[in-house]
Design a protein around this ligand. Structure first.
Ligand code: HEM
Length: 476
């Protein structure tokens, strides 16, 4: 019996003409019915795939609470509660100890993990690099990298693992736009290291959940740490090279990397070398896999819902990609953008947004004790039965025209919310528009496996089988 046979999952199907992909069947009990040992029994599922650990009430209740030993957890799916915890009373919620333990082992004090003054300083220094004007300046490069690389990555008539092809493509876009190509000298090795690091280091270890001390080695992570060391060595060399070039007066490219090296004036202190290394690793970690995951799920959903795929293709075919500036393509592709947003609703690339309460707090009549963990899990939020009609169905029209205005600001949060909202949001949406247009004009992808692509959450939500798809040519 294969692993998939032992998991309870819904059948992929059409309902009222809309495609409904296969997902884990939630535990039928309510959170209140859990006995003390149930939390413990859930640990293997949380470690292997948190998406299989949810229960039925978590898709229905605005807030649910449960305990694992002494740990208290609160899952919030109510837009007002989210606003309370992430905006109005956000100073009371810090990153959870478990999250920080997992991520800091890799990223040190990079933008994703830094807190307090270190984070404020970095975010303040980097925000101007992601203003609309600066992001639109990357569009031409996003286009040329995709045009250069797509036919190398996608072979017509062959089956490709979309997860790796899309990761490679978005990595190269990130490398060209933010680092002027300096982080892909040894492309295959770097891509393998990034993938291994994200797979193994992003894994929760049972010892984390049991709050074991940091010095106890997490065996699940050892393989990943070697790859992290390789990436750090590569980044260290690039920093050295850039500094040396500057010393001898060689003109350096005006990219993100150089801007980080140049931070520092009377108001803002310069970054240390270690900080720059941590930040660069953070951007490599956060800046491509998420977009790649969304694109792979998108092409899977379109391959099943061929009516939407036809509409999508008509729209991209009508776009004159030779003459219209790429930074505006999103405006010409309302349906494609709606498909992308709907994909991130069903398969949020980074679904686990966790915080820890510093002091006790009251969210309405629910109490979050000091030290307890708060989960904003966008997988649950985006499929919540009280917030969405036909929550499990792929219906891009929810994001079209006036229907988009009915979605509450705190109900759809693929990029997070509050002070730590994704700094790369605009970059990602622009990149998605450009990649979707170029890929769908040239290729069509058909899902090429018998089993369903099983959603598995590590840091991102990925297809367990790597999403095999047959590549077909649409145009030269
Ligand atoms: C579809 C693509 C993306 C998704 C769904 C996504 C999602 C997220 C989410 C949910 C967070 C907040 C995490 C939290 O509050 O705990 C976040 C933060 C972050 N993202 Fe993204 N992201 C995407 C693309 C990008 C890109 C392209 C970049 C860089 C170019 C990027 C860089 C970052 C960084 C550096 C942070 C940390 C920000 C901070 O804490 O100040 N992301 N992202």
């Amino acid at each position: 019996m294969g692993r998939q046979d032992s998991i309870k999952r819904t059948q992929p199907r059409f309902e009222d003409g809309y495609f409904v992909p296969s997902v884990p069947v939630p535990d039928p009990r309510n959170s209140e019915d859990y006995k003390w040992y149930d939390g413990f029994m859930t640990i293997p599922k949380i470690v292997n795939n948190p998406l299989e650990s949810f229960n039925h009430s978590q898709y229905k209740d605005p807030i649910s609470q449960f305990k694992i030993f002494a740990g208290q957890f609160t899952v919030i799916n109510d837009p007002r509660a989210i606003k309370h915890c992430f905006v109005d009373n956000r100073d009371n919620y810090t990153f959870s100890t478990v999250r920080q333990r997992v991520l800091r082992a890799i990223l040190g004090d990079g933008l994703i993990t830094a807190e307090g003054e270190k984070w404020r300083h970095a975010r303040h220094a980097m925000s101007p690099m992601f203003t609309p004007r600066n992001v639109t300046a990357f569009a031409a490069m996003m286009k040329s990298t995709t045009e250069r690389e797509m036919s190398k990555l996608l072979k017509v008539g062959e089956i490709t693992k979309m997860s790796s092809s899309m990761s490679a493509l978005t990595y190269l876009v990130l490398s060209d736009t933010l680092f002027s190509g300096d982080i892909d000298r040894d492309k295959h090795q770097v891509l393998a290291d990034v993938s291994t690091a994200l797979t193994y280091v992003g894994r929760l270890d049972p010892l984390d959940l049991l709050n074991a001390p940091a010095w106890l080695p997490r065996l699940t992570r050892l393989r990943g740490l070697k790859s992290v060391a390789n990436l750090r060595a590569m980044i260290g060399q690039v920093i050295k090279k850039r500094k040396a070039e500057k010393q001898v007066g060689l003109g350096a490219p005006d990219d993100f990397m150089n801007r980080l090296l140049e931070v520092g004036d009377e108001e803002t202190r310069a970054f240390t070398d270690v900080e720059i290394e941590d930040h660069l690793l953070s951007f490599i970690g956060a800046g491509h896999e998420t977009t790649a995951r969304a694109l792979s799920w998108l092409f899977y959903l379109l391959s099943q819902d061929t009516k939407s795929r036809d509409r999508f293709e008509v729209e991209v075919d009508a776009l004159d990609t030779e003459n219209i500036p790429p930074e505006t393509w999103g405006d010409y592709l309302p349906f494609a953008m709606a498909c992308f947003e709907e994909t991130m609703r069903l398969f949020p690339p980074a679904p686990m947004i966790a915080r820890e309460a510093i002091d006790g707090d009251a969210i309405g009549d629910i109490i979050t004790p000091a030290g307890s963990i708060l989960f904003l899990n966008t997988w649950l939020l985006h499929r919540h039965h009280t917030l969405w009609e036909a929550p499990d169905a792929f219906r891009p029209d929810r994001f079209m025209g006036d229907a988009r205005n009915d979605i509450d600001r705190f109900q759809y949060l693929p990029f997070g919310v509050g002070a730590r909202v994704c700094i790369g949001q605009r970059f990602a949406m622009q990149e998605a528009a450009i990649l979707m247009a170029l890929l769908a004009k040239k290729y069509r992808f058909d899902y090429a496996a018998n089993e369903v692509p099983w959603p598995k959450m590590r840091i991102t939500v990925q297809a367990e089988n790597g999403m095999p798809m047959t590549v077909m040519r649409r145009s030269k």
